[in-house]
Design a protein. Structure first.
Lengths: 738, 238
């Protein structure tokens, strides 16, 4: 690396500090997500610690979905498929086996007679577990349909939830990396763009001395690469710490097995530096290209005359992005299928953010024009601030853009969540139409029959949550309920759109309209469909109803009789819904039963539905952290660059208060413009999500968090401008306090 | 050498012609001052002659090469090998030391910049020792201009363009800097844009610009005569 290229970063790193900070944030978040995605999630063998080899039915569901390379898909099962108890005797006769015993009673264990959850095989002294496992596999004709575990793998067989939780948490960790990188690119593009732009004259001077465009461009990219390496190194340890916290929190929320440990490896340092270098260099491509093209004549001009108006190509691209967002929006609303609408939400958000970012200078000029009346109202300070904004819309736009992105990102993520929770609560509030809801222990099929037999009871249904696996179109877990009794339409109002839900007989299934759509399961009433019960048993059924109100009840309804024995638990209901009869008759002789009125039960369901998901909060936290870094960064760097203005104002006799007010008006302008632009960009996405997930056009935006978001953004913007301002003015004799 | 060079700023009806069909040539090894009141087009003339700005019409030849058709890259290479620049201010990169600033054109050209070579270039403008390790901000204005001259000379250029090189200096320092430039650039063509008649003491020729046109050319100019002419041009402009 040539000394002239990197002298700037070594000796005058000021403008690049923002880039280092932002790339450190990107690196830290990537490291954290990565250390969650590949966390050490092995669980102790527990009860099976004494066994050399553990044999269970295949604890992974493997299904061929469609055709092609990815057709074979697998999913960990939450319940034991079970093995014949007699198998233990067969295995005990194998050479090298000291004992083979069938064991049951694990969580998720089988309840069918003649079957056990698994068989624990202990080896004779001198026989290695690996060799024994080989013999067992041979005895089982290759082991197809079985899980044969030795060593640490025994833990996963001892605790089936571990595998399910692991896949939840690790998928979340891996899924977070692309959005982190994408948002970081946005954040860094604003920061690096500013850092390069502020030093245009330096690059122009290099050009007059004979540097080619390519040399200037490479010098900038080399600087950014160094920033990336430094940022990666700085972000590494905080990222490792954050990853540890993340794994801990996910384990506490049953999204990773208890006792999981974050991946700690020196490779993470390499990953941190790699990500931040890539992000920093990519984000600087446009800025570097533009700096290289700057005419050398600019070095000769006294004023730092950057073009007032953005390049026509930028305007065209911005209009293109806006048009793209419009088209996507029209397309999204035209989609009949809610899942398809949801899939378009993220591209829609990105397109509208790109449009805001590219058209920022035009927006600033427009708002500055609209704000002209404030010149009179606000006095000389406001006049000064507006004149500066109107003279340099591009520079002001670089401060407005991160504000707008923060509002759009945080707002759309948070209020999409509140909209869905609000709609779920609304559905929960009115889904149950039964007079009374019985909960408590001992609510089996017998209890349901007893309730049905009570005088005056004209409808009673047992409800139990159930998780099945279905190809929609990828093999995934689908949450729903198992139902028994009836008539169901007299205890539940699920908004049936086609078919009938008065009863659900074995061989039938009801599917929500969200899950039945063309992009997911693609079924309608009368379709044949296969779902897989918790122990992996396929359930082939005909769709008997499609219903709309799925946010509270889940996406599939199955007859309890078909599910019984395949869930890894006894045939107990969580609730029995009863219409008719009296509360007294229900509780008589059943001390373990708890009877609530419809109103009380629905209120409890509503409360449960409004609780924010932990995963949503995690994503929101990441997005907010990145957005805040971008905002603070860009505004602080932009403010520090206005030192010359500050000095000049002091020299021509402005008081400290007047200059502070001018800077204050500037922040106010930036905040108002940014919040308005961000709200517009976020609203587009939010409406699409609300339409898809809840069927209404109006997203639910509670006033307090909305105000909180605006206040937080304003406070961050104010701090990022006013703190550097006061620090600088302290060093200007003409403006020093006192 | 400029032929029929016109440079207009702006487009259509609001266009301003900063240069209006100017033809000039600078003999090899000559020391020429370009004078004129503010807005007479003298800086534009220098930028066009040096290839920093493309003329709206006409042709410019620099070191025997026609500039108009040259790619940006070739222009850059031509600049760093055969042309030196000295500006009024903002000549030096603040984060580089004096020695690094002097060596910059060589480094950009992927040529080795030996310590001896840099010291020699610095010595020609009266700098040396500890000063080479300093940063530009630690030097006086006159010293900074001398660094700029050393940088312009290090490649052994055929032409040096100077835009108000003494504009920010006191008269005494200015004379010292010009004397250095004249002495150090012996054999090199020098074109200085200025509005200071004292500069012409060192020049073979003085070209007067007015409203974008060559108004007059004086050989072996006398500062007093130059001052009188400039005053006349200024009055005419009013």
């Amino acid at each position: 690396m040539r000394s002239w290229m990197l002298a700037g970063i070594r000796r005058a790193p000021g403008p690049l500090i923002g880039t280092v900070v932002a790339s450190a944030a990107a690196a830290a978040l990537t490291v954290a997500a990565l250390s969650v995605a590949v966390a050490d999630t092995s669980v102790p063998a527990g009860r099976l610690a004494g066994a050399s080899v553990v044999v269970a039915g295949d604890t992974n569901l493997v299904v061929t979905v469609g055709h092609g390379e990815d057709a074979r898909q697998s999913l960990p099962l939450p319940a034991y498929p079970g093995v014949p108890a007699a198998l233990a005797g067969q295995l005990a006769r194998l050479p090298g086996v000291a004992a083979a015993t069938g064991e049951s009673g694990f969580p998720g264990g089988v309840v069918r007679p003649g079957e056990v959850d698994l068989i624990a095989v202990t080896a004779k002294p001198g026989v290695s577990p690996g060799a024994l496992a080989g013999r067992v596999r041979a005895a089982l004709h290759g082991g197809r349909g079985y899980t044969i575990a030795t060593g640490p793998a025994r833990g996963d067989v001892a605790d089936l939830n571990a595998a399910v939780e692991r896949s939840d948490g690790q998928i979340l960790g891996a899924a977070l990396i692309p959005p982190i990188v994408t948002i970081s690119l946005f954040v860094l593009a604003a920061t690096t763009g500013l850092a390069v732009n502020l030093r245009r004259r330096r690059f122009a001077l290099l050009r007059t001395v004979g540097a080619t465009r390519g040399q200037v461009r490479r010098a900038i990219l080399a600087e950014l690469a160094v920033c990336g390496v430094v940022g990666g190194a700085l972000g590494w340890l905080p990222g490792v710490a954050l990853g540890g916290l993340g794994v801990h929190a996910l384990a506490a929320h049953q999204m990773l097995p208890a006792g999981s440990a974050a991946w700690r490896s020196p490779w993470l340092l390499l990953a941190a530096c790699g990500v931040s270098v890539i992000v920093a260099v990519l984000s600087g491509q446009i800025a570097a290209r533009r700096a290289g093209r700057t005419s050398p004549v600019q070095a000769l001009r006294e004023t730092n005359a950057e073009g007032k108006w953005p390049h026509p190509v930028r305007i065209l691209l911005g209009l293109g992005a806006a048009g793209g967002a419009g088209t996507l929006m029209a397309f999204t609303f035209g989609q009949k299928n809610p899942a398809g609408q949801l899939a378009l939400a993220l591209p829609l958000l990105l397109a509208s953010m790109v449009a805001v970012a590219l058209l920022g200078p035009l927006l600033v000029a427009l708002v500055a024009w609209l704000a002209r009346p404030f010149r009179v109202v606000g006095g000389p300070s406001a006049r000064l601030a507006l004149a500066a904004i109107a003279a340099q819309p591009r520079r002001t736009a670089s401060a407005v853009i991160p504000v707008a992105l923060a509002v759009a990102l945080v707002g759309s993520v948070y209020f999409a969540d509140t909209s869905i929770a609000h709609a779920a609560a609304g559905q929960a509030r009115s889904t149950v139409t039964a007079d009374r809801v019985v909960s408590g222990s001992g609510l089996g099929p017998g209890a349901l029959r007893q309730v049905q037999a009570l005088p005056g009871v004209h409808a009673a249904a047992g409800v139990a949550p159930v998780t099945v696996a279905a190809a929609d179109p990828d093999l995934e877990q689908v949450y729903g309920e198992a139902l028994a009794g009836g008539p169901l339409n007299r205890v539940l109002d699920l908004g049936v759109t086609s078919g009938s839900l008065s009863a659900l007989r074995p061989g039938q299934i009801a599917v929500s309209s969200m899950e039945a759509g063309a992009g997911t399961m693609g079924v309608h009433v009368g379709s044949r469909v296969t779902v897989y019960l918790p122990d992996g048993t396929p359930y082939r059924a005909t769709v008997s109803a499609v219903y709309a109100r799925s946010l509270a009840s889940g996406d599939v309804l199955l007859p309890a009789a078909a599910v019984a024995g395949h869930t890894g638990a006894g045939p107990a209901f969580a609730q029995i819904l009863v219409s008719g009869g009296t509360a007294g008759a229900l509780t008589a002789g059943h001390p373990g039963w708890h009877v609530a009125s419809r109103a009380a039960a629905n209120a409890a369901a509503e409360r449960a539905a409004t609780q924010n998901g932990f995963a949503n909060n995690l994503i929101l936290g990441l997005v907010a952290a990145l957005a805040a870094v971008a905002l603070l960064n860009t505004l602080a760097v932009a403010t520090l660059e206005r030192r010359r203005t500050l000095r000049l104002l002091g020299r021509v006799g402005a008081t400290r208060g007047q200059v502070a007010a001018a800077f204050g008006w500037h922040v106010l302008f930036v905040t108002v413009t940014g919040v308005a632009a961000g709200a517009a960009a976020g609203a587009v996405t939010l409406v699409a999500v609300a339409r898809a997930a809840t069927g209404t056009w109006v997203p639910f935006i509670p006033a307090a968090p909305a105000a909180g978001l605006v206040i937080a953004v304003a406070a961050l913007a104010g701090a990022a401008v006013m703190i550097p301002f006061y620090a600088m003015s302290r060093r200007e004799p003409a403006l020093a306090p006192g | 050498m400029l032929e029929d060079v016109t440079k207009r700023y702006g487009r259509r009806r609001g266009a301003v012609a900063a240069l209006d069909r100017v033809s000039l040539s600078f003999a090899a090894g000559s020391f020429t001052a370009v004078l004129g009141v503010s807005g007479s087009g003298k800086s534009t003339l220098l930028q066009c002659a040096a290839g920093l700005e493309r003329p709206s019409a006409g042709t410019v030849r620099l070191c025997g090469t026609e500039l108009t058709g040259l790619s940006h890259r070739r222009q850059a290479v031509l600049r760093r090998r055969r042309v030196g620049f000295v500006f009024q201010d903002l000549n030096l990169l603040p984060e580089l030391t004096v020695a690094e600033n002097i060596a910059l054109p060589l480094r950009l050209d992927h040529r080795p910049a030996g310590r001896a070579e840099i010291e020699l270039a610095a010595a020609r403008v009266g700098l040396g020792g500890d000063q080479l390790r300093r940063r530009p901000a630690e030097l006086s204005g006159g010293q900074q201009q001398r660094v700029a001259i050393a940088r312009a000379l290090i490649t052994g250029p055929e032409v040096i363009f100077a835009d108000e090189p003494t504009g920010a200096l006191d008269p005494h320092t200015a004379v010292g800097v010009l004397r250095l430039l004249r002495g150090a650039a012996d054999g090199t063509t020098v074109v200085i844009v200025t509005h200071d008649p004292q500069v012409t003491r060192f020049c073979d020729r003085a070209v007067f610009l007015h409203d974008g046109r060559v108004d007059r050319v004086l050989d072996d100019p006398e500062p007093a005569a130059v001052a009188r002419l400039l005053h006349e041009l200024g009055e005419r402009g009013l």
